[in-house]
Design a protein around this ligand. Structure first.
Ligand code: CA
Length: 224
């Protein structure tokens, strides 16, 4: 998995990076909330390991933000504050599990595997973003009660955006994931297909879900 470790303490971050890399994960690190938000916008991240005491705030705030955006990526909270109230607050904040420092890396790896499995089963074949429903098993799409007819390629693109909802996806990554192309053959195929999707999914709706992030790419999310 691609992991994001958000931890300001160098010694703990090094321990995590080493331990998780040895387990076969790819790991990037952010030192505070601001760096974490940037990383989430740029890199593919499958799960997060989040310290609570960060220089610019509480790591739990970031998890709350993600959950408000219906981002269900697993988040494991690290904290030195070994208090029951803290643990309860952590889980209410949308965190999937909680681990108290000092911890054993083996336990952290096991907990991470457990929350990722749970996240995987929760997703099943139905992804919801606002009133948009993408059924990846039946290959059908609705907004509210209206079913939307898509071509196979439009569906592949929407499914990719939906699976990565709330994340800004650069054109190059979309091209590689949906078209299996390393470079655009000069046809702006991603932009063309995003415009087809918008015409079917967003046009005439009060709340558009497909957004352009200038200079970066596209994101599917509810911005109510
Ligand atoms: Ca800290």
């Amino acid at each position: 998995m691609q992991l994001l470790v958000i931890e300001d303490d160098d010694a703990i971050a090094d321990l995590l990076l080493r331990g998780l890399t040895e387990e076969g994960h790819r790991v990037t690190r952010a030192r505070d909330l601001a760096e974490a938000r940037t990383e989430l916008g740029i890199h593919e991240v499958d799960a997060l390991i989040v310290d609570r005491g960060l220089p610019d705030g509480d790591g739990l705030q970031l998890v709350r933000e993600l959950r408000q955006r219906k981002d269900t990526r697993p988040a494991l909270i690290l904290t030195a504050r070994d208090a029951l109230d803290d643990r309860v607050e952590g889980l209410y904040g949308g965190a999937d599990d909680y681990i108290v420092k000092p911890f054993v890396i083996g336990e952290l790896v096991a907990r991470l595997a457990a929350v990722s499995r749970r996240a995987g089963t929760v997703q099943s074949g139905r992804i919801e973003v606002g009133d948009l429903v993408v059924d990846t098993e039946a290959l059908r799409v609705w907004r509210g009660s209206d079913e939307i007819g898509l071509t196979a390629q439009e569906f592949r693109l929407l499914r990719y955006l939906a699976e990565h909802r709330g994340r800004v996806l650069p054109r190059t990554r979309i091209l590689e994931a949906v078209w299996d192309l390393q470079d655009d053959p000069g046809s702006n195929v991603v932009d063309v297909y995003v415009s087809y999707l918008r015409a079917k999914v967003d046009k005439g709706r009060s709340e558009p879900l497909i957004h352009t992030v200038r200079g970066l790419g596209y994101v599917l999310e509810q911005r109510a």
